[in-house]
Design a binder for this molecule. Structure first.
Ligand code: PLP
Length: 367
């Protein structure tokens, strides 16, 4: 089977974990500090704060922004549910905006119409590893005094006009979950250039603690372990190598699938880099088979394709309830949830795997 994701764990990661075990410093210790330093340097931000998931990173970033009951945060219905749940966890309301068909990211031309007197932040998601339309989003945020929180969970290393994801707004959120471009099982990072945001996130991840058993506000236990940080430190050293392998795989698929008329291959925008967390095809109306039929046929040939995401977020009950949105409200998202399909593009693919995938797609689409 060729799986959609396969973490690459080398001797370096294993050795680093062993060292932590022998050191006895297991949580929020020197390895977490090392990871934060390296991550900030990599993204070009002043701070990086480690937490124990991407969801916690988004929750902490929203908290640091001051999001509270009654506030509104603009984001997209075409994402993983963890983009939206933390907004609801703070008692705020997600306000959804449809996506751009070409990039799968929030349609920047539709953001302004969604702004109200309660809007506090915009959270673009750099979906599949390609940054959203940041110049336009920054312009809208500046004119309306809004904070930008990037959901960069799929976009470590992606650049927009030469600047890295996580440094394109006020706060950037990353995930180190097992299937992400670099990982440590579970983990998350928030990046920021703002000292006050950094201070609030440090407190938030530790019960709101500001000094020795002094508590300034509500907080959680969102600490990362040193065992995980040790893995992430080693993975971060390899991130550019992994990204290059993903981009090479993507280029191979672009080249070998360009004549398959019933699918549309990704079409990255020239002012940004795509780190291919996913290589996502759109099955066109010309195809004789449905997306779900193609997924099934690929599986029969030993390839696990992914569907990200099979359901628009506003179709999920608790989100429909709080947003007041219904099927039909975001037609592009709704259409694409039925047509997208992601191929394995991870760095562990062999040259034979790539050939197998191309052959299987041609076979499954009947071309
Ligand atoms: C993975 C992911 C998250 C959440 O990260 P976890 O580490 O799984 O909590 C949030 N948003 C997007 C777009 C993601 O891909």
């Amino acid at each position: 089977m060729i799986y959609i994701a396969k973490p690459e764990i080398g001797d370096e990661e294993i050795h680093a974990v062993n060292q932590v075990l022998k050191s006895g410093m297991l949580s929020q210790g020197p390895k977490v500090a090392e990871l934060e330093k390296d991550w900030a340097e990599y993204c070009g931000t002043k701070h990086a704060l480690a937490v124990n998931s991407g969801t916690a990173a988004i929750h902490a970033a929203l908290f640091a922004t001051g999001i509270q009951t009654g506030d509104e945060v603009i984001t997209t219905p075409f994402s993983f549910i963890a983009t939206i749940n933390p907004i609801i966890m703070l008692g705020a309301k997600p306000v959804l905006v449809d996506i751009d068909r070409e990039t799968f990211n929030i349609d920047s031309t539709k953001i302004e119409a969604a702004i109200t007197s309660r809007t506090k932040a915009i959270m673009p998601v750099h979906l599949y590893g390609q940054p959203a339309d940041m110049t336009k989003i920054q312009d809208i945020a500046n004119r309306n005094n809004l904070t930008i929180i990037e959901d960069s969970c799929q976009a470590i290393g992606a650049e927009y006009k030469g600047k890295k994801a996580g440094n394109l707004g006020s706060l950037g959120c990353f995930s180190l979950y097992a299937t992400k471009n670099i990982m440590c099982g579970e983990g998350g990072i928030v990046t920021t250039n703002d000292d006050e945001h950094a201070k609030l996130i440090r407190q938030f991840r530790q019960h709101g603690m500001s000094g020795s058993y002094q508590y300034e506000h509500l907080g959680y236990n969102y600490r990362l372990t040193d065992l995980q940080a040790a893995i992430a430190v080693e993975q971060l050293k390899k991130v550019d190598k992994f990204t290059k392998a993903r981009q090479d795989n993507a280029e191979f698929f672009d080249e070998h699938l360009k004549n398959v008329s019933s699918i549309v291959t990704p079409n990255p925008t020239s002012d940004r880099t795509h780190v291919y967390h996913q290589y996502t095809l759109v099955i066109s109306d010309k195809c004789r088979f449905s997306r779900d039929e193609i997924v099934k046929k690929l599986k029969e040939q030993g390839i696990v394709a992914g569907v990200y995401y099979p359901q628009p977020l506003h179709h999920i009950e608790h989100i429909a309830k709080i947003t007041g949105r219904h099927p039909g409200d975001f037609p592009i998202t709704e259409e694409l949830t039925k047509k997208v399909l992601s191929l394995p593009v991870h760095p562990m693919l062999t040259p034979e795997d790539r050939e197998t995938i191309v052959g299987a797609i041609k076979e499954a689409t009947g071309e």
